[in-house]
Design a protein around this ligand. Structure first.
Ligand SMILES: C[S@@+](CC[C@H](N)C(=O)[O-])C[C@H]1O[C@@H](n2cnc3c(N)ncnc32)[C@H](O)[C@@H]1O
Length: 290
């Protein structure tokens, strides 16, 4: 409630500018709090307390805005850096992105040359940068704020990745694209979730894979807006990769069984793919969602 009280009146612009330089410590306190070892039952009691809903919404919004602020600062640092890759590597969450990318690459059975689309790619499209650089993929980012999209194009140019990753101004309604996409990734901060998934369910060709990152443990669930909605029936979850403690985020993989677009779905699924149940989890290293 103290965290809520300290941010509840702030406008977006004040969070980005942080004139009193106070918000960094609020952000860190929040990180500390959600990482506390609280059992799931107790966390459920706290999170299901409807009296706290508006406080939770404010906190989730704050974290999302402050994360974007950090990404904007890092993007600007990369653009003016003499050694942009080193500056990128110094980003606090870089190692988390490496692990996540590995999980997403393995979990969606991608191969070099495949295309991955990231909805909500932001000012610093870390997930695309790491996936495309490490695994030889091609990337498309969609970003709804034109200034952020432009900043990210400059970052990609500086890193020498402009021919491999393209950024489109737009949102989920920009889909479908003409290009063939093997994996669609939905950013943790992409909103509104219900509208996004309903739209993806309508427009994605059958057998397109979709992935997203969630928190399932303790108070971190506070930050997860995916689990508040039920997915449309066109989506089938084929894999869920959970992190090992002490890290906390899970990657969820879906596939579309959208018969309106492709009637061969059933054959292909029973023929070539293994659909993993959620209990049949791969062993992966610790992950952190960003
Ligand atoms: C801060 S970035 C996150 C980038 C991410 N950390 C990564 O892995 O590369 C999230 C971005 O999603 C954008 N966004 C949110 N909802 C969106 C939507 N429906 N369509 C396109 N962009 C969206 C926001 O403007 C924000 O810049």
């Amino acid at each position: 409630m103290e965290i809520y009280a300290s941010i509840s009146d702030l406008k977006d612009e004040e969070i980005y500018r942080d004139p009193t330089n106070n918000l960094k410590s609020v952000f860190q306190q929040l990180d500390y709090l959600i990482a506390l070892d609280v059992c799931d039952k107790r966390a459920e009691e706290v999170l299901s307390n409807s009296g706290l809903n508006s406080a939770f919404d404010t906190i989730t919004r704050f974290r999302s805005l402050y994360t974007a602020k950090l990404e904007i600062e890092q993007a600007k640092a990369i653009i003016v850096s003499r050694n942009p890759w080193e500056t990128l590597n110094n980003f606090a969450y870089f190692s988390n992105y490496l692990q996540l990318a590995r999980t997403e690459y393995q979990g969606s059975w991608l191969k070099p040359g495949d295309s991955v689309l990231f909805l909500g790619s932001g000012p610093l499209p870390m997930s695309l940068i790491v996936l495309c650089h490490q695994y030889g993929l091609r990337g498309i980012g969609i970003e709804q704020e034109p200034e952020r999209a432009e900043l990210s194009r400059k970052v990609l140019a500086k890193l020498g990745l402009s021919d491999r990753i393209k950024i489109i101004d737009g949102n989920h309604l920009t889909l479908p694209l003409k290009e063939k996409i093997e994996l669609v990734m939905v950013a943790a901060q992409a909103e509104p979730k219900r509208e996004i998934f309903n739209h993806l369910a309508k427009v994605l060709p059958a057998e397109t894979k979709v992935s997203y990152r969630i928190y399932e443990k303790g108070l971190r669930r506070l930050l997860d807006t995916f689990s508040r909605y039920e997915l449309p029936a066109q989506f089938e979850e084929y894999l869920r990769i959970r992190p090992k403690p002490p890290a906390n985020n899970t990657v969820v993989f879906l596939t579309t069984n959208n018969v309106e677009h492709n009637t061969t779905t059933g054959d292909r699924l029973s023929d070539g793919w293994k659909i993993y149940k959620t209990e049949e989890l791969l062993e992966v290293p610790s992950l952190e969602r960003c």
